[in-house]
Design a protein around this ligand. Structure first.
Ligand code: NAD
Ligand code: IPM
Ligand code: MN
Length: 362
């Protein structure tokens, strides 16, 4: 069986961490006799520079003929002055999510046993563990709702977004969350703002209806503001967190940091037919781009999620996950995990790739 993967490394640290993910993929391809053909395409700022637009037609066509998209990150200060819809995020990443209807975004945040000290939480709290799957709706809500725009002039100028959800959209993401919870610890926490937002009232109603089909799964509802707080107080109480597009964006950054760093959180964005885009939850990290010190783990684990969810190669995915866990537990850590005042040795991006490849080959 041979597969085609479109590689869109993008901007900032994207190409740096993608290089390590490619080495790791090459190692499991050899080990498990998997045949993957890669095609690289420009996306985001680099595509603006090279082709005049963030999502060139050849990039989209390349994604269409592939079995999966492996994505780095897009955006950066260089392109922030462009009109909003021409910028890398709104001109490439969101259109890709919309075009392929990648409504189901999975972001697994795990504090690996033995690595509790990486969490910024107090030891008595982090010591109880943390293993959350954020299930984020990715193609609706305030990101995509119409109308959206800016009108008027002077101090009468105004701008607006629409937070809108249909029953259909809520039901399909909720089913994914409950199904995921069945294979985990059996609990769904649905995050909303039903005390204020009409779209959240419908969200809660539909989630309740879907819950009836999953009697073995416990359901709790929580307001977004309370959720951000409870995550710091009792992180071990959460299993699957079901979120709308915007709330999931916020909650997933918080979950990433609870495990130690933005650079540890991978993601899978899939549609109803299992096609997916796989990318770190974090961004192009302009503050460290070009320095060779970015943490490649989120990109490497995103490649593992691609093998598992779109290419049906669970064994190779397990092998990558185990090699990453072993590297972290053995103290191979990039600088942002260690902090400036530690005498522990910080590894750079390529050294992290070296050790993970070595563990795969053992
Ligand atoms: P960011 O996630 O890029 O960075 C936030 C912080 O986390 C920074 O201090 C950064 O150094 C750190 N960080 C992130 N990934 C890291 C890694 N792998 N290793 C070590 N440290 C890491 O968020 P931001 O600064 O708000 O955004 C920067 C740019 O990235 C913006 O243009 C934004 O729109 C874009 N962005 C893109 C994506 C994407 O392409 N999927 C996601 C988020 C943000
Ligand atoms: C993410 C990012 C994107 C989002 C941006 C870059 C559009 O923050 O994937 O979490 O908000 O979805
Ligand atoms: Mn985000």
């Amino acid at each position: 069986m041979s597969y085609q993967v479109a590689v869109l490394a993008g901007d900032g640290i994207g190409p740096e961490v993608m290089a390590q993910a490619r080495r790791v993929l090459a190692a499991v391809e050899t080990k498990f006799s998997i045949d993957i053909e890669y095609q690289e395409y420009d996306v985001g700022g680099i595509a603006i520079d090279n082709h005049g637009c963030p999502l060139p037609p050849e990039t989209l066509a390349g994604c269409e003929k592939s079995d999966a998209i492996l994505f780095g990150s897009v955006g950066g200060p260089k392109w922030e002055g462009l009109p909003p819809n021409d910028q890398p995020e709104r001109g490439a990443l969101l259109p890709l999510r919309g075009h392929f209807e990648l409504f189901c975004n999975l972001r697994p945040a795990t504090l690996h046993p033995g690595l509790e000290h990486l969490s910024p939480l107090r030891a008595d709290i982090s010591g109880r563990g943390f293993d959350v799957l954020v299930v984020r709706e990715l193609t609706g809500g305030i990101y995509f709702g119409k109308p959206k725009g800016r009108e008027g002039e002077g101090d009468q100028e105004f701008a607006y977004d629409t937070m809108r959800y249909s029953r259909f959209e809520i039901e399909r993401i909720a089913r994914n969350a409950f199904t995921a919870a069945k294979g985990r610890r059996g609990k769904v926490t649905s995050v909303d703002k039903a005390n204020v937002l009409a779209s959240s009232v419908l969200w809660r109603e539909v989630v309740e209806e879907v819950a009836k089909d999953f009697p073995e799964v416990e359901l709790e509802h929580i307001y977004i503001d309370n959720a951000t707080m409870q995550l710091l107080k009792r992180p071990d109480d959460f299993d699957v967190m079901l979120c709308s597009n915007l709330f999931g964006d916020i909650i997933s950054d918080e979950c990433a940091m609870l495990t130690g760093s933005m650079g540890l959180l991978p993601s899978a964005s899939t549609n109803a037919s299992g096609f997916g885009l796989y990318e770190p939850a974090g961004g192009s990290a302009p503050d460290i781009a070009g320095m060779g010190i970015a943490n490649p783990v989120a990109q490497i684990l995103s490649a593992s999620m691609m093998l598992r969810h779109s290419l049906n190669q669970a064994e190779a995915a397990d092998c990558i996950d185990a090699a990453v866990s072993k590297a972290l537990s053995n103290g191979y850590l990039t600088g942002e995990l260690i902090g400036p005042n530690s005498d522990q040795q910080a590894r750079n991006t390529a050294e992290m790739g070296d050790i993970i490849v070595q563990y795969i080959n053992e």
